[in-house]
Design a protein around this ligand. Structure first.
Ligand SMILES: *[C@@H]1O[C@H](CO)[C@@H](O)[C@H](O)[C@H]1NC(C)=O
Ligand SMILES: *[C@@H]1O[C@H](CO)[C@@H](O)[C@H](O)[C@H]1NC(C)=O
Ligand SMILES: *[C@@H]1O[C@H](CO)[C@@H](O)[C@H](O)[C@H]1NC(C)=O
Length: 279
């Protein structure tokens, strides 16, 4: 397959791009920076240097592309994601051969879409009715993606604790797994199209248990204490969702293989220290 990852040097985009390379695909990666473009070349990723929504810069790929992955980061992703979908959809409808399969369009959402609920167990297909305030706009974008008639829309919601939560340790070990979920969704786009997948484990990992364990493995002075959130992002970090995803397991054969965060926290903590030059 031929795939294009938007945000290919990003926190989520790079492991996705690497996973596609490992799976033997031809991988294009968008980045704004000439410097990062060289890193992509070294990873066997063909760089496309432009802004993620500068569709005219990669228009030539659209007729023969199999999958486009929106893994854009930044502060403007709400407007950018919406504009990108409509521009790509128009390009795909006009530039692709009428009998070509629809372009798989994979949008990166997040499990914050489920919002706070400490009693109800939710899964991929649970209707989303009260998303976390920070991402209140996301469910509408998810729906635009999966219902767009010109692309084969797929939504993946990486889980927060391991994804974009800003956690310094968790991302180090989980990213590769999520990358694999994207590869499987693109490879099985005929099955995955029109669906929303929660890409998370099904382990109960409470913040208190995590913090207790972190005090233990880091040797920090306990006990820990909570600070009052000072902005919407910090408030959203406190979102609790009891998630039991099933769709990626049944349709894509994907499941996270790592143990829960707390079980091997000592290893992850050391990995983080090593990567920061703190060992
Ligand atoms: C949690 O979900 C249940 C079932 O949908 C609902 O009845 C309840 O009001 C929700 N709780 C909160 C705090 O939103
Ligand atoms: C995980 O949390 C849910 C909801 O509170 C609960 O029903 C379940 O028993 C918990 N599972 C474990 C293994 O603690
Ligand atoms: C986190 O959310 C819970 C439930 O909504 C609330 O009781 C608690 O005060 C919040 N914690 C912080 C630090 O805001």
């Amino acid at each position: 397959m031929k795939v294009l990852i938007l945000g290919a040097t990003g926190f989520i985009g790079l492991p996705i791009a690497q996973a596609f390379v490992r799976a033997g695909h031809v991988v294009y990666g968008q980045t704004r920076s000439e410097e990062k473009a060289k890193q992509l070349v070294a990873e066997e990723i063909i760089p496309v240097v432009c802004g993620p929504a500068d569709v005219n810069k990669y228009m030539a790929l659209i007729p023969t592309l199999d999958a486009l992955i929106d893994a854009m980061g930044g502060t403007d992703i709400k407007a950018a994601g919406e504009a990108l979908l409509s521009t790509v959809a128009i390009a795909a409808s006009t530039l692709r051969h009428p009998t070509a399969p629809r372009l798989a369009y994979i949008y990166t959402s997040g499990t914050w879409a489920h919002g706070e609920n400490r009693t109800a167990v939710v899964c991929d297909t649970t209707p989303v009715t009260s998303p976390a305030e920070l991402v209140a706009w996301r469910p509408a974008q998810e729906q635009r993606v999966v219902t767009n008639p010109y692309v084969n829309g797929i939504v993946i919601r990486p889980s927060l604790l391991y994804g974009r939560a800003g956690s310094l340790l968790a991302p180090l070990f989980r990213r590769a797994h999520e990358g694999r979920a994207y590869v499987l969704a693109a490879e099985r786009a005929a099955l995955a199209g029109g669906r929303i997948f929660d890409a998370s484990n099904d382990v109960n990992e409470s913040t208190d248990a995590f913090l207790e364990r972190l005090v233990e493995v880091s040797g920090a002075q306990g006990p820990y204490e909570y600070l009052k959130p000072t902005n919407l992002f910090e408030a959203t970090l406190n979102t609790t969702t009891i998630l039991r995803p099933y769709l990626a397991r049944t349709l894509l054969g994907w499941r996270p293989r790592k143990a829960g965060l707390n079980d091997h926290l000592d290893i992850y903590y050391n990995a983080w220290k090593a990567s920061e030059g703190l060992l």
